[in-house]
Design a protein around this ligand. Structure first.
Ligand code: PMP
Length: 357
């Protein structure tokens, strides 16, 4: 008897997974991580915390200490904070709660691919708005998407991955007004928010449908730990708490998140160093044969003018430098994205790029 093999849901059958190729090279500038490990005190204190864990007990389900401390960082109470395993899980929980079958989610492309991907996994429809050729988002395009798609959830990403641009405050305010009138939810993904010139966290009130997502992966040098959060109105956080799996945040991760906040000053020095390096790299790229766009993040998007993106990507790789190859992504024809590294790594990248161009 031949066995029948079950397939995935019909609506998922043609979907592709998320790809981020990892190659073993000396200079890895492809996934927007921090180039610096956390301070030594972080590891020491986490090791001490391991000894204290009651392994036979479930963790604090409400993650009270972690949420209280994150809230204090942003001047809100813990009931305004939702934390999960990476901001990806925060996004997933948001979409499970507010998207799903029969609802539409709006994204403005090119942007972080997981917004549309998770929305589709949750069964929602996706309406894709466009940016102009310089990756600037205009309000009339947002109005078109609102009129055509009537989305329940609208994503902005500021600074935007992979373009690096920040959305201006007046644009975010205008979108928030519209989503408030329509009874929708505005999600501002600030995974790179600490590198930027402003934050939409200041716009959050109990009366507006705005949440801002953040991650420990970049600023806090903790990509390995998988910890992210959002700040938003208490009524949103209460709904998310119902949807997320019980005890989703393990006890060590909760401790790690608090210890990192104890070391906030060290972490902020790392951010300042990365921002200074980003501005140096932007300045150097301006003198080379590449198109380059402004960045408020810890990465820079650029397009070689005389050689193709893949040719330059391969040449960089041959010099032991890995950047993200976006050349074949829709709307990013020929573009590459480089994460800001240490000054020495960035020098290696710049030297290899000069040869590659
Ligand atoms: N949002 C954006 C815009 C990102 O670029 C990333 C990481 N690539 C994430 C969210 C997810 O970050 P994490 O799950 O590591 O918190």
């Amino acid at each position: 008897m031949s066995a029948k093999r079950i397939g995935p849901r019909d609506d998922l059958a043609l979907m592709e997974g998320y790809h981020s190729p990892q190659v073993d090279v000396a200079v890895r500038l492809n996934t927007n991580e921090s180039p610096y490990p956390p301070p030594a005190a972080f590891g020491e204190r986490l090791a001490a915390a391991v000894a204290d864990v009651q392994w036979h007990r479930y963790p604090d389900r409400a993650a009270v200490e972690l949420r209280t401390r994150i809230g204090a960082l942003h001047g809100v109470g813990r009931d305004s904070v939702f934390a999960a395993n990476g901001s990806n899980e925060v996004l997933q929980t948001l979409l499970l709660t507010y998207a799903g079958f029969g609802r539409t989610v709006a994204t403005f492309e090119p942007t972080y691919a997981l917004h549309a991907h998770i929305a589709r996994l949750c069964g929602a429809g996706v309406i894709e708005g466009e940016r102009d050729d310089n990756f600037v988002l205009h309000l009339d395009e947002i109005d078109r998407v609102l009129a055509e798609g009537d989305p329940r959830v609208l994503f902005l990403c500021s600074p935007n991955n992979p373009t690096g641009r920040e959305e201006p405050r007046d644009l975010v305010e205008a979108v928030l007004d519209r989503m408030t009138d329509r009874g929708g939810l505005l999600v501002v993904d600030e995974a790179y928010g600490q590198f930027a010139s402003w934050s939409a966290v200041d716009l959050i009130t109990e009366d507006t449908p705005l949440v801002v997502t953040r991650t420990y992966s970049k600023t806090w040098s903790m990509a390995a730990a998988r910890l992210g959060y959002l700040v938003g109105p208490r009524w949103v956080v209460a709904e998310l708490d119902k949807v997320v799996l019980p005890y989703h945040l393990d006890v060590l991760k909760q401790r790690a998140g608090v210890i990192a906040l104890d070391l906030a000053q060290d972490m902020e020095h790392r951010v300042a160093a990365v921002v200074a390096e980003r501005d140096r790299v932007l300045g150097e790229l301006a003198d080379l044969a590449v198109d380059v766009w402004p960045s408020g993040a810890n990465f820079v998007l650029f397009r070689p003018q005389r050689r193709s993106g893949p040719e330059v990507w391969n040449s960089l790789l041959a010099h032991g430098v890995l950047v993200r190859n976006c050349a074949s992504w829709p709307r990013l024809d020929g573009c590459l994205r480089v994460t800001i590294g240490t000054p020495a790594e960035d020098d290696e990248f710049l030297a290899a790029l000069k040869e590659a161009l």
